[in-house]
Design a protein around this ligand. Structure first.
Ligand SMILES: [Zn+2]
Length: 185
């Protein structure tokens, strides 16, 4: 079971990197991707949360295992929400889709996020918050060039970077829907 960590009163998303995990980027076989991937030290809860900066392994973990960005628990058979700004684009094979690096959220976790996250609160003020109820999605892994990987880790090799969520089908929703009473299940 994943423990929900807080910083002050603010729930810290499972994927957020902590200052105690910074530095020391290296290449390792990612346990969540089973391939060589850009990796960093693991010390969740040490130091301060670095909001807006996902931890490499945990970002891949939640996307590969279909877990929630905030609480880290399974999204299976639950209402799934995207709060990403990524825009739909035309893809010849699958029609319109959205490719995003932000993991999906439980509906109630997305509601918690818009209450606490400064950048989402700004989106609400400016009317730019994008809320999507995701009904079909799949996982992709970004393959990074040897040049990029060398910059990050000191070793030149092709390796996996972030995971991405590709939204294949979704419904546009609004804040009233997001913050309405949640039926669990
Ligand atoms: Zn959640």
């Amino acid at each position: 079971m994943v423990e929900q960590l807080h910083y002050g009163d603010v729930p810290v998303p499972y994927t957020v990197a902590w200052s105690g995990e910074e530095g020391g980027a290296h290449l390792a076989v990612c346990p969540h991707v089973h391939r060589l991937a850009i990796s960093q030290p693991v010390a969740r809860g040490e130091g301060k949360p670095v909001f807006g900066k996902p931890h490499m392994q945990r970002q891949r973990e939640v996307i590969a295992d279909d877990r929630c960005d905030l609480c880290g628990k399974s999204l299976r058979n639950r209402t799934k929400v995207s709060l990403s700004h990524a825009r739909p684009r035309a893809n010849g094979a699958t029609g319109l889709n959205v490719l995003q690096v932000e993991p999906l959220l439980h509906k109630e976790c997305a509601a918690v996020s818009v209450r606490h996250c400064p950048s989402l609160k700004r989106d609400i003020r400016e009317g730019t918050l994008a809320i999507r109820q995701v009904t079909r999605h799949r996982t992709q892994f970004a393959m990074m060039s040897p040049e990029y990987v060398e910059q990050q880790t000191g070793t030149a090799a092709k390796a996996v970077g972030h995971a991405k969520v590709e939204l294949l089908a979704w419904r546009e929703r609004d804040l009233a829907w997001l913050t309405s009473e949640v039926s669990h299940g």
